[in-house]
Design a protein around this ligand. Structure first.
Ligand SMILES: [Zn+2]
Length: 283
């Protein structure tokens, strides 16, 4: 018979009864595309809405690396708004495109433009970090792409130089944590506590970079969910059912078409095998 009275769990910090909430960003009214820039048009004051968040933010961002079609970048930007690359200069002012707890404090975001090349470089860095998380933390092998990672926009200085003989996986895991830390700093994530039926630890941040940093933190803490898509070749964070490491994996975008084409392939193989070795006729 169990009793509710027992020893206090010394590790109870690991299971805090709190909900962790991602930063919220404001969806633009529209995004137009120039040769070099993406132009973000803010919504009217009475029509301001927050962008949807969740794993789609990071999974769809990574896909932009391989996309040659600027309309894909545009439709992503229309959903999630500016990255928040502004450094406060006259050319790229920091603008309040991020939702705050106290809505009255929100200024109307100004029109902002961001460099398309910077978008691609950020997408490349997120892609490398997810690949690193998959290889080092989920599979437990050394990661071979550090030279490319070191050229990332968030950390232009090399943070990690693998030794010629190869580094222990623990060193690479530590390096990945430092990269994600740099993203958290770049997104200026700030914790805020609120009580809404239960305790919520909400993160405020600046721009889409803060949401991507939050998603990188989630991936780092859940490497068992990070896979490479067998259809498009991009790394992604699984949603829905937990994938089995032994089967094929498809990102949410390719899940339906990937399984369908794999089924077709199996059917073709079986049909070819039947043709190659027809059953002997019955006696
Ligand atoms: Zn895919």
């Amino acid at each position: 018979m169990s009793s509710v009275v027992g020893p206090i769990d010394e590790d109870s910090w690991a299971r805090l009864a709190l909900e962790i909430v991602a930063p919220e960003v404001l969806a633009p009214a529209d995004v137009s595309v120039g040769d070099r820039w993406l132009f973000f048009e803010p919504a009217a004051k009475d029509a301001v809405s927050t962008a949807e968040t969740g794993r789609a933010v990071i999974n769809d961002f990574v896909r932009l690396v391989r996309s040659e079609d600027i309309s894909e970048v545009q439709s992503y930007a229309r959903r999630f708004g500016p990255l928040g690359l502004g450094r406060g200069s006259a050319e790229t002012p920091k603008v309040p495109w991020t939702e705050r707890a106290d809505r009255t404090a929100v200024e109307q975001p100004a029109q902002v433009r961001e460099d398309r090349r910077e978008w691609r470089r950020h997408a490349e860095e997120v892609r490398f970090l997810l690949q690193g998380i998959e290889v080092v933390l989920r599979i437990g092998k050394p990661f071979g792409a550090w030279a490319e990672l070191n050229a990332g926009p968030i950390l232009p200085e090399p943070l990690y130089k693998p030794r010629p003989a190869g580094a222990p996986v623990a060193d690479e895991a530590q390096a990945l944590a430092r990269y994600v830390q740099a993203w958290l700093r770049e997104g200026r994530l700030t914790p805020r506590l609120e009580y809404r039926g239960r305790l919520r630890l909400c993160f405020d941040g600046e721009g889409l970079v803060s949401v991507l940093a939050f998603e990188l933190l989630h991936a780092l803490g859940h490497p068992e969910l990070v896979f490479t898509c067998d259809s498009c070749g991009n790394p992604y964070v699984a949603v829905g059912r937990r994938p089995s490491p032994s089967t094929s994996h498809y990102c949410p975008r390719d899940r339906d078409t990937g399984r369908w084409s794999k089924g077709q392939e199996k059917y073709r193989q079986k049909a070819a095998a039947r043709k190659a070795s027809p059953k002997p006729p019955p006696d």
